[in-house]
Structures are given as structure tokens and as C-alpha cells.
Design a protein around this ligand. Structure first.
Ligand SMILES: [Fe+2]
Length: 281
């Protein structure tokens, strides 16, 4: 497990001797492309990503980790991953990546590797462990956790019983009241939810995929979905629909006591070009 574990040094304690919280920015569903002029539903995903990263700049000083949760490069091209790596490297804090349905996991983990950028299975920071899962299924938009991933989750939870745990994956493990999107949820959430219920160390689960904000509580575990850095989908709607909400990211403050503070930040305006007549995604 060791070569797959990233250890990030704890930050300083505050003047009262309390450990400062671990601060994470979740960046997701960038849908970059080999062609930087490529658009998704009329939006240039490269421009949109840059706008969101400019907003993230304002938080950079206090950030310990960027966490990128899949659909990073729409065409899974080496050129797309190379450009993404340069941009997140420039941000200047460790960045960890996991794949979504539009990525090719092997290409992602090969290209998003080196310097501050990596695709580890586990991140350790202060009192916290972040477990990154691969929920992709080849040639499918939906998600699945293989027996191997579930076993790894269980082993990691058993290995760190005294840490607080945040789990990150691409697909949503709970339904979000959106029939078309819920068809592409994790198709085997039961063993996953059982494991997090058995391990009280798990404090939160974050994902991408749904291109919208989602918040709920599953038996004391905070469940969080996050807007894309490009197009957004209409919330609580059974059929496909594009929202005019601007893109953004999620910030998380992981307290030494296990508490999670979190919220969404969006850029001021939607980048130009959204084609609301787009029929699907
Ligand atoms: Fe996506």
C-alpha cells in the first residue's frame, strides 16, 4: 500500500496549540480536451476551468490539497492531461486525481504523475486520511466499485481506525432525485454504504459526476456532490437540463476533531456560449 499513499506534512498548530484544520479544494468534471478551443454545450471547457482556477487562487495560501474527482479530460487525450498537469502544478500545492467515466484510468494515472501532481490511493494529512476510489467501468457512464476497490477500502479503514476519514470517488453513491442522472449512479452502493456505516471514522464522502451541488446526511456521514468547472445540470429534475449557474468548486475544512466545514464557491458569471438547446450530455 505504501507507494500508493501520499503523506502530506501536518500544518502548524495555532497559538493555542490546537491542530489547524486540513484545507482541501475539490475541483471536478473539467472536461478538458486535446483541442483547447473545444466546447461542451457551447462552453469552452478550457476557459471555464481557467476562470474557476483564478477564483481558487484567492484561497491558495491556506490550501493543503487540491482534489480532482474525475471527468478531467473529456477525450482522455495525453495532450489534455499534459495541459491539465501544467495548470494544476502551477497552482503550487499538492494535487491528487482520480478518474471519472470520461477518463481512461491508466492514461490519467500515467500522465497526472510527477512533481506536485499524483494519483494516489490514500492521502494522509494531520488527523485525516482521504481514500480515493476508482468507480469507473470501461465503456460505461455509470459507476461500480469492483471487489478489489471495496476490499482496499475495507483494508484502509481497518489500517487507520484512529484517523478521521474522507472518501472521494467520481460517481454518486446515493440517489439525487434526478432520474436521468441517477441511472448513472454507483450501481452497487450497498456494500459501500455498509462499510462506511461499520466504520465510524468515516466522516464524509465527496464526488463529482453530477455537475451540481448536493448535500445530505447518511447515518451521520456527510454526503457531498460538487459543481463542475464547466457546464451545470438542473437540480432535482428527472430529465436532462442545463442550468445557467456559473461553474465553481467545493472547499472543505477538515477539523482535527473530525468535523467537516464545507461550501461551494462559484465564479461571478457563466463563461459565454452556453447552448441551452443541447439535448443531452
Ligand atoms: Fe462530468
Amino acid at each position: 500500500m505504501d507507494q500508493d499513499t501520499l503523506n502530506i506534512a501536518s500544518r502548524d498548530h495555532d497559538p493555542a496549540g490546537e491542530a489547524t484544520p486540513v484545507r482541501v479544494l475539490q475541483i471536478t468534471d473539467c472536461h478538458l480536451h486535446a483541442d483547447p478551443n473545444w466546447t461542451l454545450a457551447g462552453i469552452n471547457t478550457q476557459t471555464s476551468f481557467e476562470w474557476v482556477m483564478s477564483l481558487a487562487e484567492q484561497f491558495r495560501e491556506s490550501i493543503d490539497l487540491l482534489l480532482l474527482t474525475g471527468d478531467l479530460v473529456h477525450d482522455a487525450s495525453v495532450a489534455g492531461y499534459t495541459r491539465l498537469k501544467q495548470q494544476i502544478e502551477r497552482f503550487g500545492v499538492p494535487a491528487c486525481c482520480l478518474p471519472g467515466n470520461h477518463d481512461v484510468p491508466e492514461v490519467l494515472s500515467t500522465e497526472l504523475q510527477g512533481g506536485l501532481v499524483s494519483s494516489p490511493k490514500t492521502v494522509r494529512m494531520g488527523n485525516w486520511v482521504i481514500i480515493l476510489l476508482d468507480s469507473t467501468l470501461p465503456h460505461s457512464e455509470g459507476g461500480h466499485l469492483s471487489g478489489q476497490e471495496l476490499e482496499r477500502l475495507q483494508e484502509t479503514l481497518q489500517a487507520y481506525p484512529d484517523s478521521h476519514v474522507l472518501i472521494a470517488l467520481h460517481h454518486h453513491p446515493v440517489l439525487i432525485s434526478s432520474a436521468w442522472m441517477d441511472k448513472m449512479a454507483l450501481d452497487n452502493p450497498e456494500p459501500f454504504l455498509e462499510l462506511i456505516e461499520q466504520h465510524k471514522s468515516v466522516k464524509g464522502v465527496i464526488w463529482g459526476h453530477i455537475h451540481q451541488t448536493f448535500e445530505s446526511d447518511y447515518r451521520g456521514v456527510r454526503m457531498m456532490g460538487t459543481p463542475s468547472t464547466c457546464i451545470q445540470f438542473v437540480e432535482n429534475q428527472d430529465s436532462f437540463g442545463l442550468s445557467t449557474a456559473p461553474p465553481g468548486f467545493r472547499w472543505l475544512e477538515l477539523g482535527a476533531d473530525g468535523r467537516i466545514d464545507s461550501g461551494i464557491e462559484r465564479v461571478d458569471a457563466l463563461p459565454p456560449g452556453l447552448d441551452l438547446k443541447t439535448a443531452g450530455y
